[in-house]
Design a binder for this molecule. Sequence first.
Ligand SMILES: *Cc1c(COP(=O)(O)O)cnc(C)c1O
Length: 383
Amino acid sequence: MTAPWSQRLAERAASHRARGLWRTRPTLSPAEALRDFAGNDYLGLAADPRLAEAQAEAARRCGAGARASHLVCGHLEVHEALERRLAALTGRPRALLFSTGYMANLGTLQALCDRYTPVFQDRLNHASLLDGARLAGAPSRRFHHRDLADLERLLARAPHDAPRLVVSDGVFSMDGDVADIAGLARTCRAHAAWLMIDDAHGLGVLGEHGDGCAGRAHGVDEVPVLVGTLGKALGSAGAFVAGDEALIEHLIQFARPYVYTTAQPPGVAAATLAALDLLAAEPERRARLQARITRFRREAATLELPLADSATPIQPILLGDGARTLRWAARLRDAGLRVGAIREPTVPRGEARLRITLSAGHDDDALDALLEGLAACRREEHA
Ligand SMILES: *Cc1c(COP(=O)(O)O)cnc(C)c1O
């Protein structure tokens, strides 16, 4: 490596390590014994053999890869079928498939906004939404978390004669709380702004049909731009944007992260279609998940754990200090449990937390073990 580069990398590494922020990736084998309370497989679909079989069958029939981008010759019937299903699920005229949620957000913001388009973002929005505004060169104005009055104030100050976009997570990924979709929609209407909701963690979990927090209950008039991801509750991979004909055609023409990338493998789309079948056919998965959430919150409260105010499968334990959070996570790992240890920069400094996620795939034994592990963490701190 040439000297300026090795120096730059070494300096970044040293400062990151010195701040205790260096991250490593655990390498998991399929037989991994840890009980997983860190992932986003809320319905327990990721390992369902019916998804794997759908994926394998489509790969045998269509090939392992899509061969090209959607606009060249990579847009296959299975992609088209999936887009129709996602539009129907969310109650939108159309949907457009992306390879990842990160790219869906980059592509949507880049295609809709330019440097004259103010983007109003909840302070706790996902990194991909902030990065999308950056890719567009659009100025992001951040409003206080779930604070409609603060959003109002910012909107009132911005010029009214140009398009403006308000953007929010549906379910906040590190907190588990849910945006006030109706309130946001009302505020946007009053200021002639568009509302974009990223429902990565709501899709499959919330809504009467698993259609998320901004699905059929809030149509295109309220939420013109809806993003959902397929690698979380649906256990597969990819993402989509749902909206009206004009929006989707605009994205097909102008969203560079859509245009200049290979279409997702047909097997992945087929697995997602299988997941959507199961979402409709097995509503008991969502009921089971809800029962897990209720039980966890009830018993964690009796342990006097610093729970967040969340009714979703994302149940953070707000420990505050990064080192303390790592200690608890390590203690739980020794007990055979994996939880997320979330620190800055993912959350603000001083707001480190265990990010515990519940799933319909957990049985009572797993939840017993989790609650016992958390109780032990507390006991050791007080010892
Ligand atoms: C996970 C996530 C994404 C990114 O989705 P991927 O498909 O994993 O790239 C986007 N937005 C939010 C809120 C997320 O939690």
